[in-house]
Design a protein around this ligand. Sequence first.
Ligand code: PMT
Length: 409
Amino acid sequence: MNAATENRMQKRTFEGKHVVVGITGGIAAYKAAELVSQLRQRGADVHCIMTEHATKLISPITFGELSGHDVTVDMFANISHWDVQHIALARLADLFIVAPATANIIGKMACGIADDMLSTTVMATKAPVLVVPAMNTNMYENGIVQRNIRTLREVGYTVMEPEEGHLACNTSGKGRFPKTDVILSAAEKILFGKHLLQGKKIIISAGGTQENIDPVRYIGNRSSGKMGYAIARAAAMEDAEVTLVSCTTELPVPEGVTVCYVKNARDLQREMDARFDDCDVAIMAAAVSDYRTKTEATQKIKKEACDSLTIELELNPDILYGLGQKKKGQFLVGFAAETNDVIEHGKEKLQRKNLDMLVANDVSQKGAGFNVETNIASILYKDHTMEQFPIMTKEELGHVIIQKIAERL
Ligand code: PMT
């Protein structure tokens, strides 16, 4: 396993990156502590700048401990080296995050006001800037704040949408600080995304279908959805418009991805078919039950009723085959979950289902296939070429798959 893979396994995805986090005086300032901690745990070299107001809500000591560096607050205090501090941090940053961003700092940045350490440093940086607004709903919806946000977007800053929910002012609405994972996804997209799939619509199926036997039992499989969700995350990072048709509700929805939940193969087929004509790329990573019960019992089957039980099954539609028959320019990707003669079976499926690309995984191998964090895959292409890949995380394989698709679109 190479160093990059190991880093991803440990989620040290920010290794080698310098991230400056600006914390302003919103009540959500304490939530920035978790953000700083996560950035550092994921390998980033994190430097914090706090506004005076922020220090009234949470101590700089917290951010100093979590980042491992002195926290800068006052422009004129503790000048410990000859380099001008705000210029040094502005230069150092690979990414600048302002979180939480109050209406005040948003206004100052939009108007070009640089009157403290944070506003001065953010103005002096050439690094991409990620702004994470968090405030009372009425303040957030105020036309001036919205105009300032538009201004920041126009000059190229990424301004996140706050979440809806309970707010510190004991009201409910839009203005909550987003979850740390959501901010980290946005940061990863800025740092690592290459806009490979800008303007492309992608539909991805994920997870395992469930075919009901009765109201409490079903025929299912071991798919967790991790592979499909990883591909969706990678596609969103490359600016695709992504819809996940998901057979699982267990996993967090990736940032920027639309999700449609389904249960059985026929639901999955209906939702994939409905979106297929309008998409550029369709990826079937779901594990689809080949059979379903011929009849579904309306009440729980009682064991007292019979000594043995025979359940009659009938064939489900082959969704991928159906998409292959009606494709008109879409790039169609299938998976093959095999336990033997992986490449031979993969080639046969690629051709029979009229695919452009097929990801074959040997699910009998340790570290590959169902419900694990890693996978071992070979990618087969329509032009009869193929590539074999070593064990890597599903996150990493998701990026490889998206990269290979982008090269061929
Ligand atoms: O979800 P994880 O726990 O992360 O596991 C990932 C995975 C092992 C499920 C994934 O990597 C994978 O291999 N998915 C495809 C599983 C599968 O159904 O393989 P298959 O060889 O039976 O089917 C071949 C292709 O046809 C697949 O793209 C499948 O989605 C599709 N299919 C299969 C049957 C059917 N009735 N309709 C289909 O569309």
